[in-house]
Design a protein around this ligand. Structure first.
Ligand code: AMP
Length: 450
């Protein structure tokens, strides 16, 4: 199969060649003809499979060949919704690459930066808009963008969109689209809520499935180090200094963790950039740019910030922390080994993360190969959950303890009549559980000192 076999027009074929692609990936071979013929598509594809070109190329071709519904003005004819700013940016860059020298304009819209440049690009006219839902709704509310003439709508990474709580925003955007349109929905996984959304949005869709998400990319060599939490930084620094490591994306579970890892690496003399949701959009973009250009070999990120990041030739993904959700493991390691290239995924697991490791291994259906380091796991007792210390007594200016403020006399708790339809466990009783926990009926529960 070649790109010529897919009925793409010469200008697109030339841009594909310039991008260095010789053969279409399986999702491209399956999806491009369907989009060209105008079908709705429900695509289940792993990250790094060449999904973006599978919709961008035929969209560009259709917009060129199909007359606009409003030829007298440059209106938005294709809308691509992306869950994160980084993915939106990357998709836009792909559209520019694949649509080089074509008479079509695209723009990208996301929050966290001033809206001036985006509003201006929309004002100039953009045939293709790639957007994150929040900022798009904001600009729609200001009357700066209209979706009345959209012919093709793409919902990318729908599972992540729902995980991030964007379902209502997505539905609001969809309400502003014309009924008559072509819709493409892509998702790495197909949980029931994504299937329901697909049923609502798509008409008689063609299903395209490339590698279920549970089969992690074969090209990726995956291994595991058992290591104590306190030694992870030493192991990371050692691995990052190794010769075969060109560049690495390091995942931390928390934003605080990202900052701490970057600090530790800097102390060890290793330049690293960090991205997470608390950083400004400019800082995130600068970090990403430094990493992509090769100026900095190490990028430390949280899952949300790293979603969709595509770095050509990323050699290593390092899970500094095991992910809380096993599916995130597949998304993380899918950043390497992209489009048939080799890659290595290394996971660190301390005693508190064994449960997450088991979940990952269950999901991918195999045990990760264990590697040994000079920092073997020595702590084998899980950290007990944190217990809150009692608050220290308040001390007044005179140095004496201040008595607690008197509360207004409380109403006795309302007694809820036991009804046969309620389970006995939900009925208030004189038991300890009732006195300590919140009321099953939402009424304040009297707390008594024991
Ligand atoms: P995507 O899944 O769209 O993020 O693409 C993942 C990576 O594969 C990107 O770096 C693309 O540039 C690259 N890619 C897409 N299509 C092809 C292809 N047909 N041949 C080689 N690389 C490709």
């Amino acid at each position: 199969m070649t790109f010529e076999n897919l009925n793409l027009i010469p200008s697109l074929l030339s841009n594909v060649r310039d991008a260095g692609y010789s053969v279409p990936t399986p999702i491209q071979a399956a999806t491009i003809p369907l989009v060209l013929q105008g079908s709705d598509v429900l695509g289940c594809a792993q990250t790094g499979t060449g999904k973006t070109a599978s919709f961008a190329l035929p969209i560009l071709q259709r917009l060129l060949q199909q007359p606009s519904r409003r030829p007298e003005a440059r209106v938005t004819r294709a809308l691509i919704l992306s869950p994160t700013r980084e993915l939106a940016m990357q998709t836009w860059e792909n559209f520019q690459q694949y649509g080089k020298k074509l008479p079509l304009r695209s723009c990208v819209i996301f929050g966290g930066v001033g809206q001036g440049a985006q509003a201006e690009a929309l004002h100039q006219g953009a045939d293709i808009v790639i957007a994150c839902p929040g900022r798009l709704l904001d600009l729609m509310g200001q009357g700066l963008v209209r979706l009345d003439w959209v012919e093709i709508f793409v919902l990318d990474e729908a599972d992540r969109m729902l995980d991030m709580g964007f379902i209502h925003d997505v539905r609001r955007v969809v309400r502003a689209l014309p009924q008559q349109r072509q819709t493409l929905l892509f998702s790495a996984t197909m949980p029931p809520d994504v299937e329901k959304l697909a049923l609502d949005l798509l008409t008689d869709p063609e299903n395209v499935k490339v590698d279920p998400v549970t089969s992690t990319v074969e090209a990726i060599d995956q291994c595991l180090y058992y290591v104590d939490k306190g030694n992870k930084k030493h192991l990371l620094a050692k691995l990052l200094r190794s010769e075969d490591l060109e560049n690495a994306l390091v995942f931390s579970r928390t934003r605080y963790g990202v900052d701490r890892i970057v600090r530790d690496l800097k102390k060890a003399g290793i330049d690293a950039a960090g991205i997470h949701g608390d950083k400004s959009q400019n800082a995130r973009q600068t970090a990403l740019k430094r990493f992509k250009s090769g100026e900095c070999r190490v990028l430390v990120a949280t899952d949300i910030a790293a979603r969709g990041i595509d770095v050509v030739g990323l050699s290593h993904v390092i899970n500094y922390d095991m992910p809380m959700e096993p599916e995130a493991y597949i998304h993380r390691i899918g950043r390497t080994g992209r489009a048939g290239r080799d890659g290595k995924a290394i996971s660190f697991c301390c005693i508190d993360e064994v449960k997450q490791l088991n979940q990952v291994e269950k999901l991918i259906g195999r045990r990760l190969r264990e590697e040994k380091s000079e920092w073997p796991m020595e702590i084998t007792t899980p950290t007990p959950p944190k217990v809150r210390e009692p608050r220290p007594a308040k001390v007044g200016v005179s140095g004496q303890a201040v008595p607690p403020r008197k509360k207004a006399p409380q109403q006795p708790p309302r007694s809820v009549p036991a009804s046969p339809s309620r389970p006995a466990s939900a009925r208030p009783s004189s038991g300890r559980q009732h006195r300590r926990g919140p009321s099953a009926y939402g009424h304040p529960v009297q707390r008594t000192r024991r």
